[in-house]
Design a protein around this ligand. Structure first.
Ligand SMILES: [Zn+2]
Length: 79
């Protein structure tokens, strides 16, 4: 029996998962730049929660600023 279960290792499950890239307006740059969309786990007491309302972030590739995606943008990133 294998004891290797990647989904149970906190060290792996806490890593943000890249969902894709898209061009979107960046507040800091003041223009449209390419952002990397991430699904970001949230640390709970002993485990990392993948499903929470602020789990999708978009990071600007120019200034490295992150914004939290909500509503329709979040749904689109996760689909
Ligand atoms: Zn930017």
């Amino acid at each position: 029996m294998s004891i290797f279960r990647p989904d149970r290792l906190p060290g792996l499950s806490r890593l943000p998962k890249e969902l894709g890239r898209e061009e979107r307006p960046c507040e800091a740059c003041g223009e449209n730049t390419v952002h990397i969309l991430y699904r970001v786990p949230k640390k709970m007491v002993l485990l990392y929660l993948n499903d929470h309302p602020e789990n999708v972030h978009a990071t600007c590739m120019k200034c490295a600023r992150s914004t939290v995606l909500t509503g329709a943008e979040r749904d689109r990133a996760l689909s």
